[in-house]
Design a protein around this ligand. Structure first.
Ligand SMILES: Nc1ncnc2c1ncn2[C@@H]1O[C@H](COP(=O)(O)OP(=O)(O)OP(=O)(O)O)[C@@H](O)[C@H]1O
Ligand SMILES: [Mg+2]
Length: 344
């Protein structure tokens, strides 16, 4: 408030609080979330509605010309106008509110499954804090630069780019907003992806600089939300998904990971965690539950060995579920015109 960032504060009788929050490009993206938390912590507050506005970017935001469920004028993030990059094909982000729910596992297996079906696929690791894609594909080498273009690495027919290939494994991940924006821009523009059918973007958890940079740089064709069945994970995922909706990115659906466990001896299926979170999240967002992936023993070991389960054990319960998920994602994407090929 003292910084002059809070405007139009309205407190309704029923405890609903709303205000406009002036946030510039230089402010940390977590500020709005912190502000929400602070307001929620006040006794008597029932609901908080924050309209985030960048006062310096009003002109640019009007020209953005987004399609889909459009964001309110001036909503985060207004600058800069995302570009069309037709050579990347359909660009799909894999996101979650909470860490460790299986985004990278889903990204890697989705990409590998699509490549197995004969599609031209790339994976961009946008998890600049903890890049896992190199390990999950068993590749670790410095990418070559030819003619000013960074050459992606390749495994199982999937083209790969990750900060993990470029920085040392033990380098502290202290990237700030503008640097992350730059890295993501370079990964999209300066990597020799060739012509792709699908680019899968593996995101870090939450709604931070990587997510904002991504939606500001490129038109996403959709985002897949990964959650686990527990209620806590679902609440976090809902917040994450809402952020994408707010900036006009289509939420394709929900993938519920670690949904159940199939006993390898008797084949009996049991719910390990509280059941049904993925379905509830999908219902709340009004999107389909695109897949349920069982918890599977041996999967972390396969991932560590650089072998996506859809390649190493395609007929295992998790392998089959991930292949089904890839089919469901393609079918869902197929119903929409790819944003990156739209003339604009
Ligand atoms: N269905 C599953 N069965 C068994 N293990 C799994 C399953 N899905 C993921 N895992 C394991 O759980 C761990 C976390 O998965 P993963 O790295 O994909 O999550 P993440 O959401 O990308 O995490 P982060 O938020 O850190 O990026 C990994 O060791 C992975 O192998
Ligand atoms: Mg990850």
């Amino acid at each position: 408030v003292s910084a002059g960032m809070v405007h139009d504060l309205v407190v309704a009788d029923d405890g609903a609080v709303s205000f406009t929050f002036h946030l510039t490009r230089e402010d940390p993206a977590t500020l709005a979330r912190d502000a929400r938390k602070a307001v929620q912590a006040v006794t008597g507050v029932a609901a908080v509605k924050i309209n985030v506005v960048d006062p310096g970017a009003k002109l640019e935001s009007g020209a953005a010309g987004r399609t889909g469920p459009s964001a309110p004028p001036g909503a985060v993030p207004p600058p800069p106008t995302p570009e069309a990059m037709p050579h990347l094909g359909r660009v799909l982000a894999v996101s979650s509110g909470k860490g460790g729910v299986g985004k990278s596992t889903v990204s890697a297996n989705l990409a590998a499954a699509l490549a197995l079906q004969g599609h031209r696929v790339g994976v961009m690791d946008a998890d600049v804090y903890g890049p896992n894609i190199p390990r999950m594909f068993g590749r670790d080498a410095k990418p070559e630069v030819i003619g000013g273009k960074i050459q992606p690495l390749e495994a199982y027919g999937v083209k790969l780019m990750s900060l993990g290939f470029i920085v040392e494994r033990d380098a502290p991940a202290i990237w700030r907003g503008p640097i992350i924006m730059k890295i993501i821009g370079q990964f999209l523009r300066d990597v020799a992806w060739g012509q792709l059918d699908y680019l899968v973007v593996d995101l870090p958890p939450g709604t931070g600089d990587a997510q904002l940079s991504l939606v500001q740089t490129i038109h996403l064709d959709g985002v897949l939300i990964v959650t686990t069945p527990q209620e806590m994970a679902v609440g976090d995922s809902l917040r994450g998904a809402k952020m994408f909706e707010r900036v006009g990115v289509r939420v394709l659906g929900v993938a519920e990971n670690m949904s159940y466990y199939v006993c390898p001896h008797c084949g009996e299926r049991s719910e390990v965690f509280l059941a049904g979170g993925g379905g509830r999240l999908a219902a709340e967002l009004g999107v389909p539950l695109l897949g349920q992936i069982p918890l599977q023993a041996g999967m972390p070991q396969l991932a560590d060995a650089g072998r996506p389960i859809v390649v190493a054990a395609p007929d295992s319960p998790a392998g089959a579920a991930l292949r089904d998920l890839a089919g469901a994602v393609v079918a869902t994407l197929g119903r929409a015109v790819p944003l990156n090929t739209l003339a604009r």
